[in-house]
Structure formats: C-alpha cells, structure tokens
Design a protein around this ligand. Structure first.
Ligand code: HAM
Length: 417
C-alpha cells in the first residue's frame, strides 16, 4: 500500500519540528489575544462554491463528493470560508465588537504536486471581523510577519496591493481584456482561458512569456478611487514604522474569489525554495460574511503554509530545540528488578522528572551505553540488592560517582542535583 499522491507522512524523526511549530503558533496567537477556533475538515459544497466572480480554486481544485445520503460535500481547500460559516451560524458577530479567531489544520486541493505544493497541506490562519481600518490591516500583516520572522526565517518580504472595490475591478478587467486580446496568441493556454473568466489572474501567471506581456499591461492602481489609494498608503506607512520589509506589487491579485481591497503575500527568496515561494497570504473580504448568511461586514485574514515554513527553517539551518532532555535513565540488572525499576519510573514521572526507561530486555551494559550516548546526566541502577533494601544506586554519568539512596529520598536527591 502507498500513500495518496500529494500527501506525506510526518515520521517520528521529524515530528518534533511539527510539534515545535504548532507550539510556536499557539504562543504567538496567545500573545495577541486571538481565540482558537476549530471547524470541520468537510463542509457542504456550497460553503466553498459560492456564486461569484470566477476563481480557479472554485472551478477545479476541490475534492467534492456525495455522502451516503446524496448531499454534496467538499473537503476544505482553505480555512476562511468554513470559519466564517461557523462564526455566522453561531452568531458570534456582535455590533461594535471585533472578533479575532485563529486556526490550524489540514486542507485539500487537487493541485499538481511539486516542491512546497501538496494535495493535503496544513495552514495556520487568522480571521478578524468587525472593522475596516488601515491600523487593523497593518496589525494583521505584522502578526503574520512576526509569526515567520520569530522562527528565525530571514529573506522574507511582504508584497501588498489594493484590489479596490468591485467597480474598480470591473473597469480594470475590461482594460486588461482590451490590452491582452490582440496579444492572445502569445498567451499561455491557462491565461487564454483566464482572459474571459478572470483576467486578473493573468497578472500572477508564472509563465515567462505571460510575465513579459504583463510588464506593459495597465496597472490596477490607476483604477482605484482616491480613498482606496490613500488607505493602501496608510497601511504601507504603518508597516514602514514597524520596520516590516514590504513592496507595493501592482500585479499581486491572489487566487481566491472573495478578496476585495487590501491583499498581501509574504514571499521568500531563500535559495532552493522552488517556485512556490509564498509562505503565506491573505487580504480583506468585504462580502464573504454576507454571502455566507451574515450581515454586510468586512473581514480580513491570512493563512501561512506550515510545510513551507518548515522548508524555510530547514533550508536556513534553523534548529528546533524541542528534543526531550532526560534528567535520569533507569537501568535494571535483570527481569526481576525490571518490575521494581518500572515502579520507580512511574513514581518519578508523576513528580515531573524526565525519566528514560528502557522497555526492552537489553543487557545492563547496553542500557548503560545508551544512557551515556544520549547524554543523560544520571542513571538509577537497580539490581537484586536494591529491590530487597527498597533503595536505588544513583550514578552520576558525567563525574562517574555513585551513591546508594533510599526510595523515600530519591526525589529529594534528584531535585537537589
Ligand atoms: P492561499 O494563498 O491559498 O490563501 O494559501 C495560503 C498559504 O497556504 C500559501 O501561501 C501557502 O504557503 C500555503 N498553501 C496553499 N496551497 C498549498 C498547497 N497546495 N501545498 C502546500 N501549501 C499550500 C488562503 O488559503 C486564504 N484562506 C488565506 C486567507 C485567510 N485569506 C483571508 N483569510
């Protein structure tokens, strides 16, 4: 049996990285007083397939199926729509209240797998509902940036743009169609298709011939209202005050259908990262809450890809100091003393000592060798004598000294040392 294409296993030798990363995420979120929310991995089809401007994801990338009673179900391709569905359904939106939630979880997209791109992948994200203000947008971006930078990842930049309102985008799309139509034959197949479904997506095509044409294309900024232009300027001004490296990228449009107004991506140029260089991205959505049955209320959010964060850490040689450091190893001489040794192991564990117990029946010498190799500072040694006298031998594996200690004094002795 093999795993499904585009999926991967987290094996014991790499699982510490994952646990470390998840702990880091919870800590940053806690620091910013953002509440954890968990929604199902699958939702009704309509949560992700809303009637809207065409979006590539909505058209072809989701895992859709019918359950046994014939209801159409979709595995979530991203966190936002499910979280907003839940917030609306559970009536969490209150007047004059800013709701901040975060999530961590698996997502599913039927994309062509490549470096940094999987069919099952993990994201953490934040959604903030209830206010539309440049300070809030800058705050969200700065949390996304902090989440990455505080891991020690370098060479990252925030790309930011303003997609404006739907009128601005409509005019801009028309301008793009006018520009690209005479050049249609030079466009890639995907971009030809997008010319009539969603011409904005031609702007973030990775095909070099498309990119060459995009260079001369009209820019969205020219179609924005003055208010929207100054909103973006204000967000950028706050980011520079926070010393967050950013660039105004006129071609940043993002792949999901619900964005309006501010969008951003955090990209890396770490060598060896591959073409999937977005560690995360997000933006404002003015209509998603109402499309999912809630009031007209703007929200903003982002998601970071956890596989890509770990890839960046590994490429930059960032160490995860989360390996267990044992205080003491329990070694037994024979099978009879193993039972007593096990009791001591459980006793010390209950008292929050990091104890290593060898469940195998290896020879005493091998157990000792392993403890020394693992750099455990102390060994508790148990043989026949210790079982009978209700005591243990404690050997300092660094100084090579050894003392006999009564059972009732073990904890005290270890804690002191
Ligand atoms: P997204 O740009 O589709 O946005 O995904 C965010 C991040 O998830 C990407 O930058 C990337 O790191 C990671 N990612 C996406 N697809 C894959 C994949 N197939 N394999 C590995 N990693 C992947 C969203 O998902 C939005 N929901 C973000 C958002 C939240 N916008 C507003 N609120």
């Amino acid at each position: 049996m093999q795993k499904v294409k585009g999926t991967y296993d987290v094996l014991p030798q790499e699982s510490n990285q994952w646990l470390f990363l998840e702990k880091h995420i919870h800590e940053v979120m806690k620091k910013h007083h953002i509440s954890y929310i968990r929604t199902p991995i699958f939702e009704y089809y309509e949560v992700f397939h809303r009637h809207n401007e065409a979006s590539d994801m909505v058209i072809k990338e989701t895992y859709d199926f019918e359950d046994r009673s014939g209801r159409k179900i979709t595995l979530r391709p991203e966190g936002t729509a499910g979280v907003i569905r839940s917030i609306v359904e559970n009536k969490l939106i209150l007047p004059n209240h800013i709701l901040k939630t975060y999530y961590i979880g698996a997502n599913y997209r039927y994309e062509r797998p490549q470096k940094g791109r999987y069919r099952e992948f993990f994201q953490t994200g934040i959604e903030i509902i209830g206010e539309k203000d440049p300070i809030l947008d800058a705050e969200l971006i700065s949390i996304a940036y902090e989440m990455i930078a505080s891991l020690g990842i370098k060479d990252i930049v925030v790309k930011i743009n303003n997609l404006g309102n739907s009128d601005a985008r409509k005019q801009y799309k028309e301008a793009l169609q006018l520009y690209f139509e005479p050049l249609k034959d030079q466009l890639s197949e995907d971009s030809k298709h997008r010319l009539y479904t969603n011409p904005l997506r031609i702007l973030d095509s990775k095909v070099p011939s498309d990119q060459a044409l995009v260079k001369q294309a009209p820019i969205l900024n020219d179609y924005l209202s003055e208010t929207d232009q100054s909103y973006l300027n204000e967000v950028m001004h706050i980011l520079s005050q926070q010393q967050i490296p950013f660039q105004h990228d006129h071609n940043l449009v993002r792949g999901l259908d619900y964005y309006s107004h501010i969008v951003f991506e955090i990209q890396t140029n770490i060598e060896g990262f591959g073409s999937q260089n977005a560690l995360g991205g997000g933006g404002r959505y003015d209509h998603l809450v109402s499309e999912l049955g809630g009031p007209e209320m703007s929200g903003i959010g982002f998601a970071l890809g956890l596989e890509r964060l770990l890839l960046a850490c590994n490429l930059q040689g960032i160490q995860f100091h989360d390996d267990i450091q044992y205080d003491v190893a329990i070694l037994h001489m024979d099978n009879h003393s193993k039972k007593y040794a096990y009791q001591i192991y459980k006793y010390l564990q209950q008292h929050k000592i990091e104890v290593n117990f060898d469940f195998s029946n290896k020879a005493f010498k091998t157990q000792l060798k392993n403890a020394i190799q693992t750099r455990i500072p102390f060994a508790i040694i148990i043989g026949e004598d210790e079982v009978h006298s209700n005591s243990v031998q404690i050997k300092d594996l660094i100084n090579q000294t050894q003392v006999k200690v009564n059972f009732k004094d073990i904890l005290n002795y270890i804690n002191k040392r």
